[in-house]
Design a protein. Structure first.
Length: 501
């Protein structure tokens, strides 16, 4: 019996191979991650100095070199934000880890397969309305992409008042006379780090795709527009969000005015005094006065003052682009309480002699019709119009999609359909991180959609063997991704044209 017990223990020990460490040298020092099968994983690599103390509300600075070996086996703290918690259809898998939260948050994570060949690089930027978010969210896991020969990088960036506060006093502190784009500058700093270091992790710095969803997609559109991001990426993916058209980044003047109004409510403290207030306490002070509106700033340096004008003149990062939305994106916004009569008056006021054309596409003769039209308009303005306009100016191929696959619904929140963010586990091949009783139809959708994404990351073209043909937007319209995936040349074209006027 003793011999049999020993044999069982031996077999269990052999079958449970422990995770092994893996060491890589970066330009600032050595980091130690861990191996999971043939995937090397690093969590919490610093890409900039901690933005604390005097570095609060300043562009990210280079991290100091370190001696010895830095342990990078756990996610870093998430940026300071309201304590994340599940709500509505967004279950825990969609939410940032509730702790730790810290102003010291500028870290990135890497998943890479062990091969000698340099692999395409994918840099993921999270959403969260520029108010919240974290690279440590469960659905952003990079292991499946790494298994498919892509180096997956997820990054943190500053959000809310720490990432996007503008103020005249802050603008006066630098030669450019600007403030407010710290979160976007964090993303640019992370992309610079990738250029300098990713080859040591098996990645190809000349084949980098930047991608994001919601505010992450708005960030991607901003990076495409920013002269400071030139040459830092070679393809881009924007899922559900952008700035061209109806979602305009604020001007520096507007952002400074909002910042001044905010801090006038905080007893008129100077910026230096506010830099000495602990981050959690300062965040609570700002929340108590009810300020929650943050976005990238058209400051004339990081982003052009005339964003659409810069695209029209070709002053943007012209790269292959894949972008689109999910059919339930319009439900992200609450429909206003308005009668059909009031709705039609508002449309006449806004569109004038074009109001008849608008109402033919977005009718509102009764309550149900009105709600459907407002939802469609919100969806297209938020996510469709930006990529529609980008395609007009881009010389490289642009691929546009609508995902209408409906995942398994939560019993307490039925009928949300293909809801905002439900595409992320599908595109990143991460249904296994989302606790639902998945069906074959869901698994098939995951395989189809992630295959399109992986092909685009590798080649700049989503098409591949065994996949329904996806035409370039100008030639073939929108790829409608559902049970019978196909390119639809005329889908939403009339609606997008009238919204772009």
């Amino acid at each position: 019996m003793k011999s049999f017990s020993f044999l069982c223990i031996l077999l269990v020990t052999i079958g449970c191979k422990p995770e092994q460490s893996f060491i890589v040298k970066t330009d600032k020092g050595t980091v130690e991650g861990f191996e999971k099968g043939d995937i090397d994983i690093f969590k919490g690599i610093p890409f900039a100095a901690p933005p604390v103390g005097d570095l609060r509300w300043k562009a990210p600075q280079e991290h100091e070199p370190w001696d010895g070996v830095l342990q990078t086996k756990e996610f870093s703290a998430s940026p300071i934000q309201s304590k994340p918690k599940p709500f509505k259809m967004w279950s825990a898998e969609f939410i940032s880890p509730p702790e730790p939260l810290s102003e010291d948050c500028l870290y990135l994570n890497i998943w890479s397969k062990k091969t000698k060949e340099k692999k395409p690089v994918f840099v993921w930027i999270y959403g969260g309305g520029f108010n919240s978010g974290s690279a440590g969210c469960a659905i952003y896991d990079g292991e499946e992409y790494a298994k498919n020969d892509v180096v997956f990088v997820s990054i943190n960036y500053r959000v809310n008042m720490f990432g996007y506060l503008a103020h005249p006093e802050l603008s006066s502190e630098n030669d450019e006379g600007i403030s407010g784009n710290y979160g976007l500058l964090d993303q640019i700093q992370a992309l610079k780090w990738v250029q300098d270091n990713i080859e040591a992790f098996g990645g190809d710095p000349n084949n980098v795709t930047v991608a994001g969803q919601s505010a992450g997609s708005m960030s991607v559109h901003s990076l495409v527009a920013s002269p400071l991001a030139k040459g830092l990426f070679h393809k881009a993916i924007g899922q559900s969000g952008g700035f061209l058209g109806g979602n305009r980044a604020v001007t520096l003047e507007e952002a400074e005015l909002k910042g001044k109004e905010l801090f006038d409510k905080l007893d008129g403290k100077s910026m230096q005094e506010l830099r000495e207030v602990p981050a959690e306490e300062l965040f609570e002070m700002v929340n108590n006065v009810g300020y929650t509106s943050y976005a990238p700033v058209r400051d004339g340096v990081v982003l052009a003052n005339d964003l659409e004008g810069s695209f029209k003149s070709g002053q943007f990062n012209d790269v292959p682009f894949l972008g689109g939305w999910v059919s339930g994106d319009g439900k992200l916004f609450s429909a206003p309480e308005i009668s059909p009569e009031e709705y039609q008056k508002e449309i006449v006021k806004e569109f004038g002699d074009k109001s008849g054309d608008y109402l033919a596409l977005f009718p509102g003769n009764n309550s149900d019709e009105l709600q459907a039209s407002i939802g469609k308009k919100n969806m297209l303005s938020f996510a469709g119009l930006p990529v529609h306009l980008l395609a007009k100016y881009n010389s490289k191929p642009v691929y546009v999609y609508e995902i209408s696959h409906v995942p398994v619904e939560k019993p307490d929140f039925p009928d949300y359909g293909a809801f905002h963010t439900s595409d992320v586990p599908l595109t990143l091949h991460n249904l296994h991180t989302w606790d639902r009783p998945w069906r074959d139809i869901d698994r098939n959708a995951e395989t189809l959609i992630s295959s399109y994404w992986l092909n685009f990351i590798k080649t700049g073209n989503p098409n591949g063997e065994g996949l329904p043909e996806w035409n370039v937007y100008d030639d073939g319209g929108i790829q409608l991704i559902n049970a019978s995936t196909s390119s639809e040349p005329d889908l939403y074209q009339a609606e997008l044209e009238i919204l772009s006027k």
